[in-house]
Design a protein around this ligand. Structure first.
Ligand code: HSE
Length: 431
């Protein structure tokens, strides 16, 4: 019998509990494990009230279960950094198996946590920390272990993908769709982490550490969110055969690692372009396997609970068979890697200027682009408003991002340009 303590009975805690109760026979049949929830630490009674849970297994004090000699596995599902960190460190020192869904904590303090776990020889499960129900951590650690991974491209945040999908389908502006999403419960009341790309960057940190066996911090990743995207850009993208997605990208060229999260255009023929609504997907290229893609629900009670339970089973089997913790060394978080400066990126771009409609405008804009060696592949001016403002859209050939930014800064100072111009990278490298 494997005895589990759950800290936090929020959305994921409840999903985990339900799966353990309702699918216990299939779990037993497949794995031989009898998993029992021995304690639940939760301070909010509202979260418990709909569940038939015996009083004696409930506690307000997480340390009660971390100190319980009978508990084999501690599952941390409270999120946040400070308390969760203390609980996990304490559980490791008490030689418990530890499971966490806490991407922010692993992105920030993963190195320390994994070194301590190795020292105490305890296993850590974190399948639920990246893309909820999609078993992508296990895919990298097990299924793809024979490969040198070269590229990761993912839609790692469901909230922003939902917003971008609604904007594309309904032509509504970002703020309006965000409000709708909050009302419907698809976006948090404080959506900053999701819409500004931080949540995706935390997940990318974990995938990078696993895939490239290196140490990376959030500030090594160039991060830009979706709040600057307008319906007009989505519409132009469609005309050019692209969709705009918040993409998390990691690419190792043998020398440097490029790591970024930002809205980018991808061809409608790329499998990631059809990933809509709250769904997540991760496209991973290995040197032997070629391209692979993993798709599913990246959040939610039972999808994320399904990942937590898979970790409970994995660790439970190790405990029963008295095996050493997972020997995968990829997640050392210690090997240094050279991070490519984001300004050195070399891809095609979509540019949108809002310019006065009069003779000579295009030649001045293209003159500045030429000065920075940026070659234009397509130009569109929609509508005609003599001396009024119209959108001018350009696609460039591959250009150095730093040069492009300098050119845009100069263009935005021209007297006939209104506001800040829009610049979105076009990701064609993995088509
Ligand atoms: N808030 C995340 C998302 C799920 O919207 O995808 C948890 O990481």
């Amino acid at each position: 019998m494997i005895k589990v303590g759950i800290i936090g009975f929020g959305t994921v805690g409840r999903g985990t509990y339900r799966i353990l109760q309702e699918n216990s026979s299939i779990i037993k049949e497949r794995t031989g494990l009898n998993i029992v929830v021995k304690k639940i630490a939760e301070i909010n009674p509202d979260r418990i009230k709909d569940y038939d849970i015996k009083k004696e297994i409930l506690t307000h004090d997480a340390y009660e279960l971390i100190e319980d000699k009978d508990i084999d596995i501690v599952v941390e599902l409270i999120g946040g950094i400070t308390l969760a960190y203390d609980y996990i460190i304490h559980a490791i020192k008490n030689k418990k198996g530890v499971i966490t869904a806490n991407k922010a904590l692993l992105a920030e303090k993963g190195g320390e946590i994994f070194s301590l776990a190795a020292r105490y020889k305890v296993p850590i499960g974190f399948e639920a920390s990246v893309c909820g129900g999609i078993p992508v951590i296990r895919a990298v650690k097990d299924g793809l272990v024979a490969n040198r991974i070269t590229d990761i491209m993912g839609i790692l945040n469901g909230t922003s993908n939902y917003i971008m999908t609604r904007m594309a389908e309904e032509g509504k502006p970002f703020r309006e769709v965000l409000k709708d999403a909050q009302r419907l419960g698809f976006a948090e009341q404080d959506p900053t982490y999701d819409i500004e790309g931080i949540d995706a960057a935390h997940k990318l940190c974990i995938l990078i550490s696993l895939s490239f066996g290196c140490k990376i911090k959030l500030h090594d990743i160039s991060v830009k969110g979706i709040s600057g995207i307008e319906p007009v850009d989505i519409e132009f993208a469609r005309e050019f055969g692209y969709k705009i997605k918040l993409l998390a990208i990691a690419r190792h060229d043998g020398e440097e690692l490029e790591a970024r999260v930002e809205p980018a255009m991808i061809s409608v023929s790329h499998p990631l372009s059809s990933v809509g609504d709250v769904f997540n997907a991760v496209y991973i290229v290995g040197d032997r396997v070629g391209p692979t893609m993993f798709y599913g629900k990246g959040a939610g009670s039972e999808p994320t609970g399904s990942a937590v339970v898979s970790d409970i089973i994995d660790i439970g089997q190790r405990i029963i068979s008295k095996a050493e913790p997972h020997t995968f060394k990829g997640i050392t978080f210690t090997k240094k890697i050279k991070i490519k400066e984001s300004e050195k990126g070399f891809v095609p771009f979509y540019l949108r200027f809002t310019a006065q409609d009069k003779p000579g405008v295009l030649s001045q804009v293209s003159g500045i682009l030429a000065k920075y060696s940026i070659s234009i592949s397509t130009v569109i001016q929609k509508g005609r408003k003599e001396n009024g403002y119209v959108p001018i859209v350009m696609l460039t050939h591959e250009a150095i991002e730093g040069d492009l930014k300098k050119a845009i800064k100069e263009i935005d100072k021209l007297p006939f340009i209104k506001g800040e111009s829009i610049c979105i990278r076009i990701e064609e490298r993995l088509n």
